[in-house]
Ligand binder design. Structure first.
Ligand code: HEC
Ligand code: HEC
Length: 282
Protein backbone atom coordinates (compact mmCIF):
# COMPACT_ATOMS: atom_id res chain seq x y z
CA UNK A 1 0.00 0.00 0.00
CA UNK A 2 2.79 2.38 1.00
CA UNK A 3 4.62 1.57 -2.22
CA UNK A 4 1.50 2.22 -4.23
CA UNK A 5 1.11 5.62 -2.60
CA UNK A 6 4.72 6.41 -3.33
CA UNK A 7 4.25 5.59 -6.99
CA UNK A 8 1.06 7.63 -7.11
CA UNK A 9 2.92 10.53 -5.50
CA UNK A 10 5.71 10.27 -8.04
CA UNK A 11 3.16 10.13 -10.87
CA UNK A 12 1.46 13.23 -9.55
CA UNK A 13 4.77 15.05 -9.18
CA UNK A 14 5.55 14.07 -12.78
CA UNK A 15 2.24 15.44 -13.99
CA UNK A 16 2.73 18.68 -12.09
CA UNK A 17 6.22 19.01 -13.59
CA UNK A 18 4.89 18.43 -17.11
CA UNK A 19 2.09 20.95 -16.55
CA UNK A 20 4.58 23.51 -15.23
CA UNK A 21 6.88 22.98 -18.20
CA UNK A 22 3.96 23.36 -20.59
CA UNK A 23 2.85 26.58 -18.88
CA UNK A 24 6.39 27.96 -18.92
CA UNK A 25 6.79 26.98 -22.55
CA UNK A 26 3.50 28.63 -23.49
CA UNK A 27 4.50 31.75 -21.57
CA UNK A 28 7.87 31.88 -23.32
CA UNK A 29 6.32 31.30 -26.75
CA UNK A 30 3.72 34.04 -26.21
CA UNK A 31 6.44 36.40 -24.95
CA UNK A 32 8.41 35.80 -28.15
CA UNK A 33 5.28 36.63 -30.20
CA UNK A 34 4.46 39.71 -28.12
CA UNK A 35 8.00 41.06 -28.45
CA UNK A 36 8.44 40.19 -32.12
CA UNK A 37 10.06 43.23 -33.71
CA UNK A 38 8.97 44.87 -36.96
CA UNK A 39 11.17 47.11 -39.09
CA UNK A 40 10.94 50.86 -38.49
CA UNK A 41 9.26 52.09 -41.66
CA UNK A 42 10.91 55.22 -43.07
CA UNK A 43 8.55 58.13 -42.33
CA UNK A 44 8.76 61.73 -43.49
CA UNK A 45 6.18 64.02 -42.00
CA UNK A 46 5.94 67.33 -40.17
CA UNK A 47 3.07 68.51 -37.98
CA UNK A 48 0.84 70.96 -39.83
CA UNK A 49 1.33 74.60 -38.80
CA UNK A 50 -1.50 76.54 -40.47
CA UNK A 51 -4.05 78.12 -38.10
CA UNK A 52 -6.90 75.73 -39.01
CA UNK A 53 -4.76 72.60 -38.47
CA UNK A 54 -5.64 72.24 -34.79
CA UNK A 55 -9.38 72.16 -35.43
CA UNK A 56 -9.01 69.67 -38.29
CA UNK A 57 -6.65 67.54 -36.19
CA UNK A 58 -9.09 67.62 -33.28
CA UNK A 59 -11.77 66.12 -35.50
CA UNK A 60 -9.44 63.37 -36.72
CA UNK A 61 -8.58 62.57 -33.10
CA UNK A 62 -12.19 62.52 -31.95
CA UNK A 63 -13.49 60.41 -34.84
CA UNK A 64 -10.70 57.90 -34.29
CA UNK A 65 -11.13 57.66 -30.53
CA UNK A 66 -7.66 58.85 -29.43
CA UNK A 67 -9.17 60.42 -26.29
CA UNK A 68 -11.27 57.33 -25.47
CA UNK A 69 -8.08 55.42 -24.75
CA UNK A 70 -5.42 58.08 -24.08
CA UNK A 71 -7.67 60.30 -21.92
CA UNK A 72 -9.26 63.73 -22.23
CA UNK A 73 -5.94 65.52 -21.66
CA UNK A 74 -3.85 62.78 -23.34
CA UNK A 75 -2.06 61.94 -20.07
CA UNK A 76 -3.00 58.29 -20.61
CA UNK A 77 -5.21 55.91 -18.68
CA UNK A 78 -6.05 52.34 -17.79
CA UNK A 79 -8.85 51.94 -20.32
CA UNK A 80 -9.43 48.20 -20.26
CA UNK A 81 -8.99 46.08 -17.13
CA UNK A 82 -9.98 42.49 -17.82
CA UNK A 83 -7.47 40.16 -16.21
CA UNK A 84 -6.67 37.31 -16.78
CA UNK A 85 -6.98 38.47 -20.41
CA UNK A 86 -5.60 41.99 -20.61
CA UNK A 87 -4.86 45.08 -18.56
CA UNK A 88 -4.44 47.80 -21.16
CA UNK A 89 -2.85 51.15 -20.37
CA UNK A 90 -2.81 53.76 -23.12
CA UNK A 91 0.44 55.69 -22.57
CA UNK A 92 0.77 59.35 -21.66
CA UNK A 93 0.91 60.97 -25.10
CA UNK A 94 1.96 64.37 -23.73
CA UNK A 95 5.23 62.87 -22.44
CA UNK A 96 5.74 60.85 -25.64
CA UNK A 97 5.17 63.98 -27.75
CA UNK A 98 7.67 65.98 -25.68
CA UNK A 99 10.41 63.41 -26.36
CA UNK A 100 9.65 62.23 -29.88
CA UNK A 101 9.92 63.66 -33.38
CA UNK A 102 6.90 64.02 -35.65
CA UNK A 103 8.09 61.02 -37.66
CA UNK A 104 8.45 58.87 -34.53
CA UNK A 105 4.95 59.72 -33.38
CA UNK A 106 3.54 59.08 -36.83
CA UNK A 107 5.34 55.73 -37.02
CA UNK A 108 3.60 54.71 -33.80
CA UNK A 109 0.23 56.01 -35.00
CA UNK A 110 0.17 54.73 -38.58
CA UNK A 111 2.63 51.81 -38.48
CA UNK A 112 2.29 50.45 -34.93
CA UNK A 113 6.02 50.68 -34.11
CA UNK A 114 6.99 52.91 -31.17
CA UNK A 115 10.00 55.24 -31.09
CA UNK A 116 11.90 52.76 -28.87
CA UNK A 117 11.31 50.06 -31.49
CA UNK A 118 8.60 48.36 -29.44
CA UNK A 119 5.84 46.58 -31.36
CA UNK A 120 2.51 48.09 -30.28
CA UNK A 121 -0.42 45.96 -29.16
CA UNK A 122 -4.05 47.06 -28.79
CA UNK A 123 -3.24 50.46 -30.34
CA UNK A 124 -5.37 50.34 -33.55
CA UNK A 125 -2.65 51.45 -35.99
CA UNK A 126 -4.00 49.04 -38.61
CA UNK A 127 -7.05 51.32 -38.86
CA UNK A 128 -5.10 54.59 -38.57
CA UNK A 129 -2.79 53.50 -41.40
CA UNK A 130 -5.60 54.72 -43.66
CA UNK A 131 -5.26 58.34 -42.57
CA UNK A 132 -3.86 60.53 -45.35
CA UNK A 133 -0.56 62.36 -44.83
CA UNK A 134 -2.51 65.63 -44.49
CA UNK A 135 -4.78 64.16 -41.83
CA UNK A 136 -1.78 62.69 -39.98
CA UNK A 137 -0.02 66.09 -40.06
CA UNK A 138 -3.14 67.78 -38.62
CA UNK A 139 -3.39 65.08 -35.96
CA UNK A 140 0.24 65.66 -34.94
CA UNK A 141 -0.42 69.40 -34.57
CA UNK A 142 -3.37 68.59 -32.31
CA UNK A 143 -1.48 66.02 -30.19
CA UNK A 144 1.35 68.53 -29.74
CA UNK A 145 -1.07 71.20 -28.51
CA UNK A 146 -1.43 69.37 -25.17
CA UNK A 147 1.14 70.44 -22.53
CA UNK A 148 3.50 67.76 -21.20
CA UNK A 149 2.23 66.76 -17.77
CA UNK A 150 1.40 63.78 -15.56
CA UNK A 151 3.25 60.53 -15.01
CA UNK A 152 4.36 57.73 -17.27
CA UNK A 153 1.99 54.76 -16.93
CA UNK A 154 2.83 51.06 -16.59
CA UNK A 155 3.00 49.04 -19.79
CA UNK A 156 0.00 47.05 -21.01
CA UNK A 157 -0.01 43.57 -19.47
CA UNK A 158 -1.24 40.42 -21.19
CA UNK A 159 -2.57 37.81 -18.75
CA UNK A 160 -2.51 33.99 -19.12
CA UNK A 161 -5.81 33.82 -21.04
CA UNK A 162 -4.71 36.70 -23.24
CA UNK A 163 -1.46 34.85 -23.93
CA UNK A 164 -3.41 31.79 -25.06
CA UNK A 165 -5.28 34.16 -27.39
CA UNK A 166 -1.94 35.42 -28.71
CA UNK A 167 -0.72 31.83 -29.29
CA UNK A 168 -4.00 30.98 -31.07
CA UNK A 169 -3.68 34.15 -33.19
CA UNK A 170 -6.94 35.55 -31.80
CA UNK A 171 -5.08 38.73 -30.91
CA UNK A 172 -2.29 40.14 -33.00
CA UNK A 173 -0.01 43.14 -32.76
CA UNK A 174 -0.78 46.32 -34.69
CA UNK A 175 1.98 45.80 -37.31
CA UNK A 176 0.94 42.16 -37.79
CA UNK A 177 -2.67 43.22 -38.35
CA UNK A 178 -1.52 45.94 -40.68
CA UNK A 179 0.46 43.39 -42.68
CA UNK A 180 -2.56 41.09 -42.88
CA UNK A 181 -5.19 43.67 -43.75
CA UNK A 182 -3.40 46.80 -44.97
CA UNK A 183 -4.04 45.99 -48.62
CA UNK A 184 -7.77 45.38 -48.14
CA UNK A 185 -9.69 48.34 -49.51
CA UNK A 186 -13.07 49.54 -48.35
CA UNK A 187 -15.44 48.52 -51.15
CA UNK A 188 -15.95 51.20 -53.80
CA UNK A 189 -19.57 51.74 -54.74
CA UNK A 190 -19.41 54.70 -57.07
CA UNK A 191 -18.05 58.23 -57.11
CA UNK A 192 -21.18 59.66 -55.47
CA UNK A 193 -20.37 57.61 -52.34
CA UNK A 194 -16.64 58.45 -52.08
CA UNK A 195 -17.18 60.95 -49.23
CA UNK A 196 -19.14 58.35 -47.26
CA UNK A 197 -16.49 55.76 -48.01
CA UNK A 198 -13.78 58.03 -46.56
CA UNK A 199 -15.85 58.54 -43.40
CA UNK A 200 -16.31 54.77 -43.01
CA UNK A 201 -12.58 54.52 -42.21
CA UNK A 202 -13.64 55.50 -38.67
CA UNK A 203 -15.52 52.20 -38.40
CA UNK A 204 -12.60 49.92 -39.44
CA UNK A 205 -11.05 49.69 -35.96
CA UNK A 206 -13.95 47.51 -34.79
CA UNK A 207 -15.93 46.51 -37.90
CA UNK A 208 -12.85 45.42 -39.89
CA UNK A 209 -11.06 46.59 -43.05
CA UNK A 210 -13.93 45.62 -45.38
CA UNK A 211 -16.60 46.30 -42.69
CA UNK A 212 -17.43 42.59 -42.52
CA UNK A 213 -17.10 42.60 -38.71
CA UNK A 214 -14.48 41.69 -36.10
CA UNK A 215 -15.09 38.74 -33.84
CA UNK A 216 -12.62 39.82 -31.16
CA UNK A 217 -14.70 42.91 -30.26
CA UNK A 218 -18.06 41.41 -31.27
CA UNK A 219 -18.73 43.99 -34.00
CA UNK A 220 -21.08 42.81 -36.80
CA UNK A 221 -20.90 43.19 -40.59
CA UNK A 222 -22.11 46.71 -41.34
CA UNK A 223 -24.67 45.41 -43.84
CA UNK A 224 -26.85 45.76 -40.73
CA UNK A 225 -26.74 49.53 -41.25
CA UNK A 226 -28.91 49.07 -44.37
CA UNK A 227 -31.79 48.14 -42.07
CA UNK A 228 -31.55 51.58 -40.42
CA UNK A 229 -33.34 54.61 -41.80
CA UNK A 230 -31.29 57.80 -41.72
CA UNK A 231 -32.91 59.15 -38.56
CA UNK A 232 -32.32 55.93 -36.54
CA UNK A 233 -28.78 55.77 -37.88
CA UNK A 234 -28.09 59.34 -36.78
CA UNK A 235 -29.57 58.62 -33.32
CA UNK A 236 -27.33 55.55 -32.96
CA UNK A 237 -24.20 57.48 -33.92
CA UNK A 238 -24.95 60.53 -31.77
CA UNK A 239 -26.38 58.85 -28.65
CA UNK A 240 -25.42 55.17 -28.86
CA UNK A 241 -29.10 54.18 -28.62
CA UNK A 242 -30.31 51.68 -31.23
CA UNK A 243 -33.93 51.40 -32.47
CA UNK A 244 -36.38 50.25 -29.80
CA UNK A 245 -34.35 52.08 -27.15
CA UNK A 246 -31.72 49.31 -27.14
CA UNK A 247 -28.43 50.08 -25.42
CA UNK A 248 -25.60 48.13 -27.00
CA UNK A 249 -22.14 47.35 -25.64
CA UNK A 250 -18.97 48.96 -26.97
CA UNK A 251 -20.87 50.68 -29.81
CA UNK A 252 -23.05 52.62 -27.35
CA UNK A 253 -19.99 53.47 -25.28
CA UNK A 254 -17.96 55.00 -28.09
CA UNK A 255 -20.63 56.53 -30.35
CA UNK A 256 -21.53 59.74 -28.47
CA UNK A 257 -17.88 60.59 -27.77
CA UNK A 258 -16.71 59.98 -31.32
CA UNK A 259 -19.47 60.32 -33.87
CA UNK A 260 -21.17 63.45 -32.60
CA UNK A 261 -18.28 65.18 -34.34
CA UNK A 262 -19.92 64.32 -37.69
CA UNK A 263 -22.18 66.90 -39.32
CA UNK A 264 -25.66 65.88 -40.45
CA UNK A 265 -24.42 65.84 -44.05
CA UNK A 266 -21.55 63.55 -43.11
CA UNK A 267 -23.88 61.14 -41.28
CA UNK A 268 -26.08 61.08 -44.39
CA UNK A 269 -23.09 60.42 -46.67
CA UNK A 270 -21.91 57.57 -44.43
CA UNK A 271 -25.41 56.10 -44.33
CA UNK A 272 -25.68 56.34 -48.12
CA UNK A 273 -22.35 54.57 -48.54
CA UNK A 274 -23.23 51.76 -46.11
CA UNK A 275 -26.58 51.20 -47.86
CA UNK A 276 -24.96 51.11 -51.29
CA UNK A 277 -22.33 48.69 -49.97
CA UNK A 278 -25.02 46.45 -48.49
CA UNK A 279 -26.86 46.41 -51.84
CA UNK A 280 -23.67 45.10 -53.43
CA UNK A 281 -22.98 42.52 -50.76
CA UNK A 282 -26.47 41.17 -50.05
C1 HEC B 1 -8.18 51.21 -28.32
C2 HEC B 1 -7.37 52.16 -27.59
C3 HEC B 1 -6.50 53.14 -28.33
C4 HEC B 1 -6.88 54.07 -29.26
C5 HEC B 1 -8.28 54.29 -29.84
C6 HEC B 1 -5.70 54.83 -29.58
N1 HEC B 1 -4.63 54.34 -28.89
FE1 HEC B 1 -2.70 55.00 -29.03
N2 HEC B 1 -2.08 53.48 -27.87
C7 HEC B 1 -2.91 52.58 -27.22
C8 HEC B 1 -2.10 51.65 -26.47
C9 HEC B 1 -2.62 50.49 -25.62
C10 HEC B 1 -0.75 51.99 -26.71
C11 HEC B 1 0.49 51.28 -26.15
C12 HEC B 1 0.62 49.93 -26.79
C13 HEC B 1 1.82 49.14 -26.37
O1 HEC B 1 2.64 49.63 -25.59
O2 HEC B 1 1.93 47.99 -26.83
C14 HEC B 1 -0.78 53.15 -27.58
C15 HEC B 1 0.36 53.81 -28.03
C16 HEC B 1 0.35 55.00 -28.74
C17 HEC B 1 1.53 55.78 -29.10
C18 HEC B 1 2.97 55.41 -28.76
C19 HEC B 1 3.36 56.16 -27.50
C20 HEC B 1 4.72 55.81 -26.94
O3 HEC B 1 4.76 55.40 -25.78
O4 HEC B 1 5.72 55.95 -27.64
C21 HEC B 1 1.08 56.89 -29.75
C22 HEC B 1 1.93 58.02 -30.32
C23 HEC B 1 -0.36 56.81 -29.83
N3 HEC B 1 -0.78 55.66 -29.20
C24 HEC B 1 -1.18 57.77 -30.40
C25 HEC B 1 -2.56 57.59 -30.62
C26 HEC B 1 -3.38 58.49 -31.41
C27 HEC B 1 -2.92 59.79 -32.03
C28 HEC B 1 -4.63 57.94 -31.46
C29 HEC B 1 -5.84 58.40 -32.26
C30 HEC B 1 -5.66 58.49 -33.70
C31 HEC B 1 -4.59 56.72 -30.66
N4 HEC B 1 -3.32 56.56 -30.17
C32 HEC B 1 -5.69 55.90 -30.45
C33 HEC B 1 -4.27 52.56 -27.27
C34 HEC B 1 -5.07 53.31 -28.12
C1 HEC C 1 -14.75 50.91 -30.82
C2 HEC C 1 -15.42 49.93 -31.64
C3 HEC C 1 -16.44 50.37 -32.64
C4 HEC C 1 -16.35 51.39 -33.58
C5 HEC C 1 -15.20 52.35 -33.81
C6 HEC C 1 -17.57 51.34 -34.35
N1 HEC C 1 -18.37 50.33 -33.90
FE1 HEC C 1 -20.27 49.90 -34.54
N2 HEC C 1 -20.38 48.36 -33.24
C7 HEC C 1 -19.38 47.96 -32.40
C8 HEC C 1 -19.81 46.78 -31.65
C9 HEC C 1 -18.99 46.00 -30.65
C10 HEC C 1 -21.13 46.49 -32.09
C11 HEC C 1 -22.04 45.36 -31.59
C12 HEC C 1 -22.92 45.90 -30.50
C13 HEC C 1 -22.13 46.21 -29.26
O1 HEC C 1 -21.56 45.28 -28.65
O2 HEC C 1 -22.05 47.40 -28.91
C14 HEC C 1 -21.44 47.52 -33.08
C15 HEC C 1 -22.68 47.61 -33.73
C16 HEC C 1 -22.98 48.49 -34.72
C17 HEC C 1 -24.25 48.55 -35.44
C18 HEC C 1 -25.42 47.60 -35.22
C19 HEC C 1 -26.31 48.04 -34.11
C20 HEC C 1 -27.47 47.09 -33.93
O3 HEC C 1 -28.57 47.42 -34.40
O4 HEC C 1 -27.26 46.01 -33.34
C21 HEC C 1 -24.15 49.57 -36.34
C22 HEC C 1 -25.23 50.01 -37.33
C23 HEC C 1 -22.84 50.14 -36.19
N3 HEC C 1 -22.14 49.48 -35.19
C24 HEC C 1 -22.37 51.19 -36.97
C25 HEC C 1 -21.07 51.71 -36.85
C26 HEC C 1 -20.56 52.74 -37.73
C27 HEC C 1 -21.30 53.34 -38.90
C28 HEC C 1 -19.28 53.01 -37.30
C29 HEC C 1 -18.30 54.01 -37.86
C30 HEC C 1 -18.77 55.38 -37.99
C31 HEC C 1 -19.02 52.16 -36.14
N4 HEC C 1 -20.12 51.38 -35.92
C32 HEC C 1 -17.86 52.19 -35.41
C33 HEC C 1 -18.15 48.57 -32.20
C34 HEC C 1 -17.72 49.70 -32.88
Amino acid sequence: MKRLLRWAGLGLAGLVTVALCLALGAFAASEVMIRRAYPKAPVRIAAATDPAALERGRKVAILNGCHDCHGADFTGRLFHDEMPILRAYAPNLTLAAAEQSDAELDRAIRHGVAADGRTLWVMPSEAFARLTDAEAADLLAYVRSFPAQGEALPRTQVGPVGRLGVLMRKFDSAPAMLKAEGAIELPRVGAEHEAGRRLARACIECHGPALTGREVVGAPDLTIAAAYDLSDFETLLRTGVAPGGRRLGLMSQVSPARFNALSHEEVAALHGYLRARADRVL
